[in-house]
Design a protein around this ligand. Structure first.
Ligand code: FUL
Length: 686
């Protein structure tokens, strides 16, 4: 009896000793509770809606009359329902965009819904959204543009008091706010209470951010602040980098490295990827057929949520005050596909082992990585920053996705990792990557593997993995790329050869009765092409993709440019671009259309490079019948073109008959002396 007692005591002592293996110490900066809650939201929605939704603009000057704001059937519950069904966890609303128009009846300005005809000035979009979010279990965030092109005091100290008063109203009257978004576009020309001038501000100091943030901390202690608690990912395509660190050197220059975060970062400032479901942020009827394809949306998801970032996906609410049915349809496809992709976790309840387990205790065992609990993790001993973890499926399984998560509460650590699979008794390298962070999702060719091994090849300290999931996602069929060359020859390109491509040229949706694509064909006049791909092997169809062409550029010539490569501006290929050279004529280009055309507008596409430079931000557009006498047909800005480098379409009030066109760059990004043009086009049909 005595012996058994001693044995039992020994076991207890032994295991309590083992339990005393301490958790690893944090490495580098660590997230706050708020940042963790926010990161775990993963996917949430943006709603861009305001006066621009009624004027077909991306940015307005601050002078549009409030009378224009008049949604016929605004229903914030519809927005919330769509967002909820798409798996979003919250909605951030543009309560005030750069034009200064307020979606709530602010006490501090007349430029708001209270002076619009909508609900006789009694409406409050922010309130309706707060109620809708509450009903659908979503969190609400606000986008409050610091730049206000309407306000007379913008640029002066008085404006800061105005901005803070508004912030106080918003953070007091509408319940819990999860994120406050302050846009980076600040200062420039505007209405400014009638002054109609350009006002520059010092972005870093003008807003006295430190004291502005204090208001948020006090009124909404649970909120995170964009640009402070989290960072912009550096593009508006919705893609984070493969290497994405949440730690950041806050004062480092704002460049690509900043967007990727810093391995030696001193502050925890994770990335947020923002993108619109359409080319523009605001609603434009002409973009109803430009809603991103399933394939595109999936890519965005995998490159944001799957690359240690959150995804903020914008829904441009339309003139009715509703999320358009086309956007809703695409979201439904996305959520259905994601459900399929992550339907059956093949790592669950499988045999798992690691080359090192911290202190050899259960608390840090490899099994913690597949137990479905976010607060347990596999950890290694302090001196071990290189180790492997292997999942044994017991029998060969088809796999093509790996989800892996670090236990970020103690910092982001992993610098390098690789994945291997055992296929037919042989180990193959599946992928070699860098960071993991909160979540990394790898997509790879389907393999029939009996084991999967993840090698952490380098880390900033010992290794902490809280989750591993493995899936076999169904293949998605890629839609064809619809391309036209300068000669007007259209091809529908698909990456795989064993698929069928169907298309229409009359704007109708294609089906199996439509033309089957066999060889390139000519399109010289304004035409809408719609196409889908069908994969017989899987019996799956791609999304329908749409491309609108205007007249072909077959007979076009660049008449005046100051550098070679000028044909790139009119080759119907946005991926090539013309660069002017410094000096005379650097800021203009003249094109001969070959014959007189009746034009209703023109288009400009800036360089599609990852980090485009020399973008025309303000233009003058002229037409002529003889290239001597020029008439100014339009002058203005390409709103938000620096951040969102999409095709810009400018319509005229009436049509003009012109043989020659001239685009003059009145202003170029970064005050550059040269310009780039990926493509110039004309609009010949209304
Ligand atoms: C940009 C703004 O200028 C756009 O209009 C849009 O609101 C986007 C989310 O941020 O910088």
């Amino acid at each position: 009896m005595e012996k058994i007692k001693i044995l039992l005591l020994g076991i207890i002592l032994f295991s309590s000793c083992k339990n005393e293996v301490p958790a690893p110490a944090p490495v580098g900066p660590i997230p706050t509770e708020n940042q963790i809650k926010w990161q775990e939201m993963e996917f949430y929605g943006f709603v861009h809606f305001n006066i621009n939704s009624f004027t077909n603009q991306e940015w307005s000057y601050g002078d549009q009359p409030p009378e224009l704001f008049n949604p016929s059937e605004l229903d914030a519950k519809q927005w919330a329902k769509v967002a909820k069904e798409a798996g979003m966890k919250g909605i951030i609303l543009t309560v005030k965009h750069h034009d200064g128009f307020c979606l709530w009846p602010s006490e501090f300005t007349n430029y708001s819904v209270k002076n619009s005809p909508w609900k006789n000035g009694e409406g409050d979009v922010v309130k309706y959204l707060a109620e809708a979010c509450e009903e659908y279990g979503l969190k609400m965030g606000i986008y409050l543009s610091p730049w206000d092109r309407n306000h007379a005091d913008y640029g002066r100290p008085e404006y800061i008091a105005y901005m803070r008063n508004q912030l106080t109203e918003l953070l007091t009257n509408y319940g819990d706010i999860f994120e406050v978004w302050f846009d980076g576009a600040n200062g420039g020309d505007g209405y400014y209470g009638g002054a109609n001038e350009t006002r520059k501000i010092d972005k870093l100091n003008y807003y006295d951010w430190e004291n502005t943030y204090k208001i948020i901390r006090e009124l909404q202690p649970g909120a995170v602040i964009f640009g402070h608690d989290l960072r912009w990912v550096g593009n508006e395509h919705g893609f984070a980098y493969e290497t994405t660190w949440s730690p950041l050197l806050k004062d480092a220059p704002y460049d690509e490295k900043y967007s990727m975060g810093h391995e030696n970062g001193t502050h925890w400032v994770p990335a947020e990827s923002d993108v619109s479901i359409r080319p523009g942020w605001f609603y434009h009827e002409s973009e109803n057929d430009k809603v991103k394809s399933l394939e595109h949306l999936l890519n965005i998801y995998y490159k944001s949520v799957g690359q240690n970032s959150t995804l903020l996906l914008n829904l441009p609410v339309d003139k009715r005050g509703l999320v358009h049915e086309n956007d809703e349809k695409q979201l439904k496809k996305l959520v259905a596909q994601l459900k399929e992709d992550f339907a059956n976790n093949l790592a669950l309840n499988k045999k798992i082992s690691a080359t090192n387990v911290r202190g050899g205790v259960l608390r840090f065992d490899s099994g913690n990585a597949i137990d479905g609990k976010k607060d347990t993790y596999w950890a290694t001993d302090d001196n071990v920053n290189k180790a492997s973890i292997t999942i044994d499926f017991g029998e060969p399984k088809e796999i093509n996705r790996l989800v892996i998560q670090e236990y970020i509460k103690l910092g982001q650590r992993i610098k390098k990792f690789s994945v291997e699979a055992e296929v037919n008794g042989e180990w193959l390298t599946v992928d070699k990557q860098t960071t993991i962070g909160y979540k990394r999702i790898l997509r790879f060719e389907t393999l029939k593997a009996s084991k999967l091994r993840i090698n952490i090849d380098d880390a900033k300290g010992c290794i902490l993995i809280s989750n591993i999931e493995i899936y076999n996602a169904p293949a998605v069929v890629d839609a064809a790329k619809i391309i036209r060359n300068k000669e007007g020859i259209v091809s529908l390109d698909v990456p795989a050869s064993d698929v069928e491509v169907y298309y229409t040229t009359d704007g109708e949706d294609p089906d199996f009765e439509s033309d089957k694509y066999i060889k390139p064909f000519i399109v010289n006049k304004p035409t809408t092409i719609k196409s889908f791909t069908f994969d017989k092997a899987t019996n799956r169809k791609s999304d329908v993709v749409t491309k609108n062409f205007d007249i072909s550029k077959k007979n076009w010539e660049v008449k005046i440019a100051n550098n070679s490569g000028e044909l790139s501006a009119i080759d119907d290929n946005v991926f090539s671009h013309y660069n002017s050279k410094p000096g005379n004529g650097a800021k203009e280009i003249v094109i001969d259309l070959g014959k007189t055309e009746s034009v209703y507008g023109f288009s400009y596409t800036p360089s599609q490079d990852r980090y485009p430079k020399n973008i025309v931000t303000h233009y003058s557009f002229y037409g002529s019948s003889d290239a001597k006498n020029w008439e100014l047909l339009s002058k203005g800005e390409f709103s938000n073109i620096e951040a969102n480098t999409v095709l810009q379409k400018i319509g005229f009030k009436k049509s003009f008959d012109i043989r020659y066109l001239k685009l003059v760059a009145d202003k170029i990004s970064n005050d550059s002396k040269i310009m780039t043009v990926a493509e110039i086009g004309v609009i010949t049909s209304k």
